[in-house]
Design a protein around this ligand. Structure first.
Ligand code: C2E
Ligand code: MG
Ligand code: MG
Length: 424
């Protein structure tokens, strides 16, 4: 690798500080990370990997420009940094980050192996208004972390709201772990009903979290956080146990609840032990497999592993019905419908919203119903808010659904009262 390279963040910050002191113009800090280092090292060994890193470093230097001078650094094993001056404005810094990402993605030939390593790029830009070296370097690292969240090949230029979001995410992550540990999450229940009689056919359990300072958090936000941090395994187990326990309570009170449907993340099924956990939870709540249903979002079914398929097979053979949630919004691979023991498709609310006015939505729903019929699968619609939508769904051949039109998700006590009063 051509040099000279500073070897750590401390020397980089020190060099950046000297650089900032000596000039009045703008400064861009670029940080680049090779994303698949462990895979490359595992496949090609350390010599080839070192050669790849060398090539990547040279290319980085070439693109970051001669202006990078001696202000380039290796920050850790797979991370490079450079300082570029005089780009002129923020937009140019953005373009440089984008170009770096694009150019770094070109295949690299090392020891006769042609490889296409993937990189992420983070950058920060200062017009020279007094940011310290550490601040600028931290900002570039924050941007890199944000880019990494978008996946391989992404780039980000730092903006202050990015830091706020990152801080909020970190705060949420810490308090979510705490909430899981102290069983501070709640379950709300929403019936899934027969669109003609209004009787409940199942009860969906939905996670709820009231943050002590930030207020009610949407699962749409905290479930992805739980998934990316691995906390979803504990969270999902808690939800499943809680839902079965609550159902047991309703049975003991002499009510006759339909099955509970629990949302399951692919992360839970990718590790062994889910089937055992569910079996234990059923036994502890004196429930039969038919009393439990599992909802898996379509997106998660695309990336199936053997372990996951095996567990899904076991669950289905036990008599636990599997529903594909948010159907129609994943990657539209129909392979899993053939290969997996799915019982039901839940049409995403995206197609239900305008079903009264939009003929295309109506046609899509009708086509899903026809396909499900041919495959002997049941269909459910979610997000029904009006009687018009209910009527249209019946017209399309869908007989079961869920939505605010029938009932909002509600706390356990409210749901018990509903079961008692309405018998559904
Ligand atoms: P989902 O499983 O598709 O759940 C349906 C979502 O639609 C719920 O949002 C529900 O409150 C909402 N909804 C129900 N009826 C209506 C309606 O008429 N109109 C509209 N606009 N929305 C309606 P929620 O509770 O915010 O949950 C969002 C997603 O979070 C769920 O989508 C599910 O994918 C995930 N989730 C929730 N709880 C869990 C859990 O315990 N484990 C896992 N893995 N995921 C969960
Ligand atoms: Mg669901
Ligand atoms: Mg859904």
């Amino acid at each position: 690798m051509r040099g000279p390279w500073l070897q750590d963040r401390e020397s980089f910050d020190a060099a950046l500080a000297v650089h900032l002191r000596g000039r009045s113009g703008d400064t861009t800090v670029i940080v680049l990370e090779l994303m698949d280092l462990p895979d490359l090292a595992g496949t090609y060994g350390s010599h080839t990997t070192l050669a790849i890193l060398g090539e990547a470093g040279d290319r980085f230097l070439e693109i970051a420009g001669p202006g990078a001078g001696d202000l380039t650094a290796r920050l850790g094993e797979s991370r490079f940094a450079a300082i570029v001056t005089g780009l002129g404005n923020r937009d140019m810094a953005f373009r440089l980050a984008r170009r770096l990402c694009r150019e770094m993605a070109r295949p690299i030939t090392v020891r006769d192996v042609r490889l296409a390593p993937t990189f992420c790029v983070g950058a920060s830009y200062s017009e020279g208004h007094g940011e310290t070296a550490t601040e600028l370097a931290d900002q570039a690292e924050t941007a890199l972390a944000e880019a990494r969240r978008h996946g391989p090949g992404a780039f980000c230029l730092f903006s202050p709201d990015m830091e706020d979001r990152m801080r909020r995410r970190m705060l949420l992550r810490g308090s979510l772990q705490y909430a899981i540990d102290v069983q501070g999450l709640h379950v709300h229940y929403q019936p899934i009903v027969d669109l003609v009689t209004g009787r409940a056919r199942a009860i969906e359990a939905l996670a709820r979290w009231n943050h002590p300072e930030l207020g009610a958090q949407s699962p749409a936000d905290f479930i992805p956080t739980a998934e990316s941090s691995g906390m979803i395994v504990a969270l999902g187990e808690q939800m499943l146990r809680r839902a079965l326990k609550d159902r047991q309570g309703w049975c003991r009170a002499g009510l006759d609840p339909p099955p509970v449907a629990v949302n399951v993340s692919a992360h839970q099924l990718q590790r062994p032990g889910f089937v055992e956990m569910a079996t234990r939870a059923l036994a502890e709540a004196e429930a039969r497999p038919e009393d439990l249903e599992l909802e898996l979002t379509e997106g998660t079914l695309i990336e199936t592993t053997d372990a996951m398929l095996e567990q899904l097979g076991l669950l289905s053979r036990m008599g636990i019905a599997l529903t594909v949630d948010d159907f129609g919004t994943g990657f539209s691979s129909l392979r899993y419908l053939r290969d997996m023991p799915v019982k039901r498709l839940k049409i995403d609310q995206y197609f239900i919203r305008d079903i009264g006015d939009d003929a295309r939505d109506f046609s899509i729903v009708r086509a899903i119903v026809a396909m499900a019929g041919a495959l002997k699968l049941e269909v459910v619609a979610e997000g029904i808010e009006t009687d018009t939508q209910r009527v249209k769904l019946l017209e399309a051949g869908c007989r079961v659904g869920q939505g605010y039109f029938f009932a909002q998700p509600m706390a356990e006590a409210a749901f018990a009262a509903r079961l008692r009063d309405a018998g559904v």
